[in-house]
Design a protein around this ligand. Structure first.
Ligand SMILES: Cc1ncc(COP(=O)(O)O)c(C=O)c1O
Length: 422
């Protein structure tokens, strides 16, 4: 619904909420209490809100632990040995994968290392990793350490994609032409699905196609994409992807991450991997033999037995997601973000600009607002007024109207306070 005939009055926001088919989901989440009492939470791109049902999922496991002790592994209401599989089908649907291609385990950076241990196989000729300039620091540290680990140097083995002079976002054609130019020496293309600063969505299908045509491995960091935009990892053919479940997926602080390994690697017995007992074939895992025999598919990259108490709240959230449906969430998300952009555009000012792409298919829920002068102070003032977004140095205020629990009225009230503060 871009180009929708939005109107600027508050009654319009109220009317949009009244006909929002997803409006009821808001009540399924706790909104933080702020000093002003009146919280406008626009920070789902950083930490999603707590589903009210998370407690009962967690309490079930605490009860079973209390009553069953170690027996809970096989006899809990939801036995703990296969507990992570309670998340598999819904997770696969969210990222557009086959169930055998996904596993919920570890955290994002750990999974990224595990994936690179298997799929970054540098040679003298092909040793480079392509990343976006200003990739999330953890990704930069991870890829540089992998380059070093293999005896290469980031100065010669790291290629960074940057926007054109004077531009803030990358152009799809520039990504592809760089892949074209450098591909013979690129071993791995490792980009985010949605850039964490700008909110730009990358053309993951096109990048995968272009990379594969040149013999590169293609992986994605979907921290800001999972649960935010529709994904079709299997069809795109990307080799692997990793993400966290605590942003749009509301699994709770530091929640377990997700990992996708394309079906074509399901039986990649030849590639090296860092292994642990939970990746061992479950039929013989408890025979405790010395030889590692991996499970087929993504589960073969598991290391440890799953942290049940960290997975329980994620189940609560994923089930809400399933009920709401990613298609409906995306439809609302496009309108909600478009509405925020429209309202911000009602009072243009040289003091701020939106750096997120304008086209709905090149962004998700997040809008990044550039505030070159005293932006940090402005953010602090907004927090005093109950507006929760976040600040990224040097000049970016990030806000996300999350379709699962934000309302049009949240957006209206945010923009009213933001423009007054500016
Ligand atoms: C884009 C991106 N990559 C990586 C990470 C690191 O995630 P983790 O701490 O779960 O490893 C984050 C965390 O916010 C992120 O936003």
């Amino acid at each position: 619904m871009t180009g929708a005939p939005f109107q600027s009055g508050e009654d319009f926001a109220v009317a949009l909420d009244a006909r929002d088919p997803l409006a009821q989901f808001r009540d399924r989440f706790y909104f933080p209490k702020t000093k002003s009492g009146d919280c406008i939470y626009l920070c789902g791109h950083s930490l999603g809100l707590q589903p009210k049902s998370a407690r009962s999922y967690l309490e079930q496991e605490l009860r079973d632990w209390a009553q069953l002790g170690v027996e809970g592994h096989f006899h809990a209401k939801n036995p703990w040995v296969p507990y992570h599989r309670l998340l598999t089908d819904q997770t696969a649907a969210l990222v557009g994968a086959l169930p055998s291609e996904v596993v919920v385990m570890n955290s994002l950076t750990v999974n990224l290392h595990l994936m690179m241990a298997s799929f970054y196989r540098p040679t003298k000729q092909r040793h480079k990793i392509l990343v976006e300039r200003g990739a999330f620091p953890s990704d930069q540290y991870a890829v540089k350490s992998q380059i070093n680990f293999h005896g290469f140097a980031p100065t010669s083995s790291l290629v960074e994609l940057a926007p054109r002079e004077g531009e803030l976002c990358l152009r799809d054609e520039d990504v592809e032409s760089l892949i074209d130019r450098e591909a013979d020496s690129i071993a791995l293309i490792m980009l985010s699905g949605v850039n964490y600063v700008t909110g730009q969505v990358f053309d993951m299908a096109g990048i995968t196609r272009a990379g594969h045509a040149k013999g590169c491995v293609v992986g994605f960091d979907l921290a800001h994409a999972a649960g935010n935009i529709p994904l079709r990892l299997h069809d795109w053919g990307s080799d692997f992807a990793v993400w966290c479940n605590y942003k749009y997926l509301n699994g709770g602080p530091g929640c377990v991450g997700g990992c996708f390994v394309h079906e074509r690697h399901a039986r990649a017995w030849g590639v090296p991997r860092f292994t642990g007992w939970w990746g061992h074939d479950e039929k013989t895992r408890f025979k405790m033999g010395p030889e590692f025999r991996p499970m087929v598919g993504a589960e073969g990259w598991q290391l440890s037995n799953p942290p049940i108490l960290a997975l329980a709240p994620l189940r609560a959230s994923i089930e809400i997601f399933d009920e709401a449906g990613m298609d409906r969430l995306r439809t609302k998300g496009v309108t909600l973000t478009g509405y925020m952009e429209f309202l911000l555009g009602q009072q243009p000012s040289p003091k701020f600009s939106i750096l997120t792409p304008r086209e709905p298919d090149r962004r998700g829920a997040q809008l990044s607002i550039r505030l070159p002068h005293n932006g940090r102070d402005l953010c602090s003032r907004l927090i005093e007024q109950g507006v929760i977004g976040d600040w990224r140095e040097p000049d970016t205020f990030r806000v996300a109207a999350v379709p699962l629990y934000n309302s049009y009225h949240d957006v209206y009230r945010f923009v009213e306070r933001f423009l007054a503060a500016v």
